[in-house]
Design a protein around this ligand. Structure first.
Ligand SMILES: *Cc1c(COP(=O)(O)O)cnc(C)c1O
Length: 432
């Protein structure tokens, strides 16, 4: 029998992911095939994603999905992640609020992204796939996928947005250390890339160009599937391990969150920590508030429009009903690369429309100021993305100070910022 390595923590890891689609009072509208206008079926997505991921994507019936044993084994390397009471931060803010954070920065790659990368790589392996491909902006998702691919014996090809490839060399080297092939996008290796470069030879790349290239590679290469690190429902499903663990850990602490807060790029870490708690709001047992923190410069939740839109610039993806700034929107080149996406996931979009969650806009300056304060109090340097969640938490904590209420606040620390120190340098030099 295979020796189990992490007996001490294994029983704290959830054995199932939570599918909020089963409980939503109003189900999301269907994704549409842009050429026929018909709702997308799981089979339509099989050529692109692992088949199990496609089934999970569209499932509105099954509340729980078993986490494969092989994935639990990998989770056991870093899960359960710590739930920490931020006493230092409470003292610094002089607030009666109780502040907790879930520390996803302890994953081997430094962010929550590995929770879904492991699942997607596992399904690809089981389905006989040999190669996986994806896009990455700042590099967190690409790093997570490169490592997960290595663990399950798959080759990984990552298209990295050209400007990040040049400006964030360390994440590129991390992916290469894990054995991935990294190509700056746009590149001459795909039709889509060639078209873009012919039109604008000095194109700096965007998530849109990189998605188009990766999808094309997956379509054209036998045995190759595409994977995505955010936005899609199945990605958020995998991230619910965060909230399910937090729920048990809060119980151990003898508290229950009044407000759950996370930063929002496509919505996977927000959904991951929020959705398990939200099911108790649907059932009427709780009145928890959920706050998504987005950058002021990419405000799809507060200023976007709810409509059908494409997930990528080229228009290769299905049409998705979501809050969007328009698929041709190019966000400012802020340091929180993971939050530079024009749209919000389909589930979160519906929940925002129906009033189950709120959104807060955070300026880049406020995000780094909150990140530095947090680092000085708690000893962890947060990812620029996570700084947005911290800034939103600070706002809630200061409201408590004003009203004298000792609310329980829970935020997700989605990753650490140790590979983003040049951004902190710029902040400290007064250039942000
Ligand atoms: C990718 C990323 C995000 C944003 O993506 P979501 O899908 O919205 O969670 C946030 N934080 C970190 C550290 C990331 O790597």
């Amino acid at each position: 029998m295979k020796q189990k390595r992490f007996l001490l923590t294994e029983d704290r890891i959830p054995r199932q992911w939570y599918n909020i689609q089963a409980d939503m009072p109003v189900k999301p509208l269907p994704m549409l095939n842009p050429s026929t206008g018909q709702p997308v079926k799981a089979e339509d997505l099989y050529p692109i994603f692992a088949e199990e991921a496609c089934r999970q994507e569209l499932d509105t019936e099954h509340r729980w999905f078993d986490i494969p044993e092989e994935v639990v084994e990998q989770y056991a390397y870093y899960r359960a992640t710590p739930l920490v009471r931020a006493y230092g931060m409470e003292k610094e803010l002089d607030t009666p609020a109780h502040i907790y954070f879930k520390n996803e920065s302890v994953s081997p790659v430094g962010s929550h992204k590995l929770n879904s990368a492991l699942a997607q790589a596992y399904y690809c392996k089981m389905e006989g796939v040999t190669n996986v491909t994806t896009e990455t902006g700042a590099g967190q998702w690409g790093t997570a996928l490169s490592y997960a691919a290595r663990l399950f014996g798959l080759e990984a090809a990552v298209y990295q947005v050209r400007i990040s490839y040049e400006q964030k060399p360390y994440r590129r080297s991390m992916m290469q250390v894990f054995g991935a092939q990294v190509t700056p996008s746009p590149s001459m290796s795909t039709r889509a890339g060639k078209d873009i470069l012919t039109k604008s030879p000095h194109h700096q790349g965007s998530l849109g160009t990189a998605i188009s290239e990766a999808v094309e590679l997956a379509r054209m290469t036998p045995g190759c599937k595409y994977t995505l690190g955010s936005v899609m429902n199945h990605v958020t499903l995998h991230q619910t391990v965060i909230g399910l663990e937090a729920e048990k850990q809060m119980e151990l602490a003898g508290e229950y969150p009044d407000v759950v807060i996370a930063c929002f790029g496509g919505g996977s870490n927000f959904g991951g920590i929020s959705f398990p708690f939200m099911r108790h709001v649907f059932s009427g047992e709780r009145k928890t508030r959920f706050v998504a923190a987005e950058p002021e410069s990419c405000p799809k939740l507060t200023k976007g429009e709810f409509r059908y839109d494409f997930g990528d610039t080229a228009g290769y993806t299905p049409l998705m009903p979501m809050f969007s700034l328009g698929h041709e929107f190019t966000p400012a080149n802020i340091h929180a690369g993971g939050l530079r996406y024009h749209g919000a996931g389909v589930i979160a979009s519906q929940l925002l429309k129906d009033g189950y969650m709120e959104a807060a806009d955070i300026s880049q300056h406020d995000s780094f100021a909150a990140g530095c304060m947090f680092a000085r109090c708690e000893g962890i340097i947060p990812a620029p993305e996570s700084c947005h969640a911290i800034a939103a938490t600070v706002k809630e904590a200061l409201k408590c100070k004003e009203s004298g209420e000792s609310k329980v606040l829970l935020f997700n620390l989605s990753g650490h910022g140790l590979v983003d120190m040049s951004a902190y340098d710029q902040f400290l030099a007064g250039n942000i």
